[in-house]
Write a protein that binds this ligand. Structure first.
Ligand code: 2AM
Ligand code: CA
Ligand code: CA
Ligand code: CA
Length: 281
């Protein structure tokens, strides 16, 4: 049984069309959003564009697949406990869509062109479709389990670096996550001297897509949520890379502390974090 097509409707086609539509709308609202609400603090922001994007994505997907389950960031109360619970509530659904309507909201608010729409579909708890769309560059990253990953319709693959010292690595600075910030800072302190350089551009999903297409060698971040990671994890796996948690366990939907690399530097990156104690919080 082919899990990607039901009743003649391709899950991947719906994911692509939905991400592109939402992304174009988001871009049209750049600089024109009306209000910025704080979820937790001045570091954790949400606009009506985040909510509108999620609503659009949910409506489009549910119109095509009314029996599927849906998990989107803006439908969940803020905080790690609530997001873990929200995932548990739907984790065993046969088909589960996992959506971040804008990954990189702070960038979107400031007009810094590095934000994305992330849409994943899990079948029996395993990601089978991952789509990340970058409206600023009109770049669409697509992966299907077992079928490879594509950008601009071209097959993509991870980079060739085999040593951390040749690697361009990205991470996140979660200024609003009190436990996660020190862990990520310790990781930066430990790894900066060992890598070629570190980038912190503010969209976990887009960083993962950049690992998949070889623009970054690797990415790690402590304290993320399923919707930040799911699509990007499949992109990396289908591009020949490796995705684990910071302790080296294989990626699952529950992973919050993520390492995604080209595979060749995975062990070295994981060991560097382990040596510094920066594997969680
Ligand atoms: P967001 O823009 O969708 O909120 C930057 O470090 C990354 O962390 C972004 O992908 C951002 O996603 C995410 N992020 C920001 N605030 C967060 C929070 N409170 N909990 C988990 N992830 C968060
Ligand atoms: Ca957010
Ligand atoms: Ca996010
Ligand atoms: Ca978001």
């Amino acid at each position: 049984q082919e899990p990607y097509v039901v009743g003649g409707k391709s899950f991947t086609a719906v994911a692509i069309n939905t991400a592109a539509k939402a992304g174009q709308w988001i871009k049209s609202r750049l600089g024109a959003h009306n209000s910025v609400d704080m979820k937790y603090s001045s570091h954790d922001l949400v606009t009506e564009v985040d909510k509108g994007s999620e609503k659009m994505i949910r409506n489009l997907i549910m119109t095509h697949f009314p029996n599927h389950s849906f998990l989107g960031e803006e439908g969940v109360e803020p905080g790690p406990a609530a997001s873990a619970q929200a995932l548990q509530n739907v984790r065993d659904a046969e088909y589960l869509w996992i959506v971040d309507p804008i990954d990189g909201t702070t960038n979107f608010i400031h007009g810094f062109p590095f934000y994305s729409v992330s849409i994943a579909l899990a079948y029996q708890g395993e990601v089978v479709v991952g789509v990340i769309y970058d409206p600023s560059r009109d770049e669409l990253f697509v992966a299907e389990k077992g079928k490879g990953a594509y950008v601009h319709g071209q097959k993509m693959s991870v980079s060739a670096e085999s040593k951390l010292s040749d690697s361009l690595i990205a991470t996140g600075l979660p200024a609003d996550r009190l436990g996660a910030l020190p862990a990520n800072l310790s990781g930066i302190q430990a790894l900066a001297p060992k890598v070629r350089n570190i980038r912190v551009a503010g969209s976990a999903a887009l960083h993962l897509a950049y690992v998949a297409c070889g623009r970054l060698t690797g990415f790690w971040e402590i304290g993320l949520n399923s919707w930040d990671i799911a699509a990007g994890a499949l992109l990396i796996q289908e591009s020949g890379g490796q995705v684990t948690d910071t302790e080296g366990k294989p990626y699952t939907l529950d992973v919050r502390n993520i390492i995604g690399t080209n595979g060749r530097v995975h062990q070295e990156l994981q060991q560097g974090l382990a040596d510094s104690g920066a594997t969680g919080f």
